[in-house]
Unconditional design. Sequence first.
Length: 277
Amino acid sequence: EKVRPSSIVDKKQFVNVARQRALAFGTTEIADDQNEGIAVSTKATSEGIDNFKSHAGLTTKARGFFADQFEVSEDSNRSNYDAHFKGTGPEIYRQTSGEVDAFVSGAGTGGTIAGTGAYLKSVKPSVKVVLADPQGSGLYNKVKYGVMFNATESEGTRRRHQVDTVVEGIGINRLTHNFELALPIVDDVYAVTDAEAVSMSRYLVQHDGLFLGSSSACNLVTCVRLAKKLGHGKTIVTILCDSGTRHYSKFWNDEYLRKANIPIDISIAERLLVQDD
């Protein structure tokens, strides 16, 4: 099912549509030959989830579970945060033999930077946790100044469907509970423009043979800036979280970028790599 890009407050935003579909699925009849299933409804209780593999449990309980990775609280899903705290963080620490000086990540739901950063800080408090934030996102100002705001939200300029960047997957204009968990541990933040992200992606294809998506490109722009600040001999880890194959319609569509007046200029990345900040 295709959905258009839209704000999280819009009922047609993909997360809200998924929640609606989960609720609807939980009320449907189950076929006799369907003796195994996966719970997919916000109405499912813990009892129902425990019994979801039995045919009797499926026919008598709500058969659905909506894994809301945005809202993390005592009463909802912590899987996003926990997966990175228990998995990604320890993996990074182990593979660097503990010689990690900084971790860079963007934030959509915020689970990656919150969970991974919290673990790394717990075993090595000196690790710097740094946010990569695309244009149009309010997280930069939240980290820097404590206010969730972006200039694109100024009175008279805000659009109904707020899509001010070709960078998809990271950047948001509201505070998720996942990101609230990250706020105490984030040490710094860098704002990355669309032009910088596009340029870095083209540079990586040409020089490193890496075909990456927009979120990965933002992370690497931030890594370059942070490396200059920290100096030589430091180990900076980031996540190459998306492939370019997921971004053909916008980020890797030169015609779309030209219409949006976003330059496709590899020299932006080249200058970033050689210039001092």
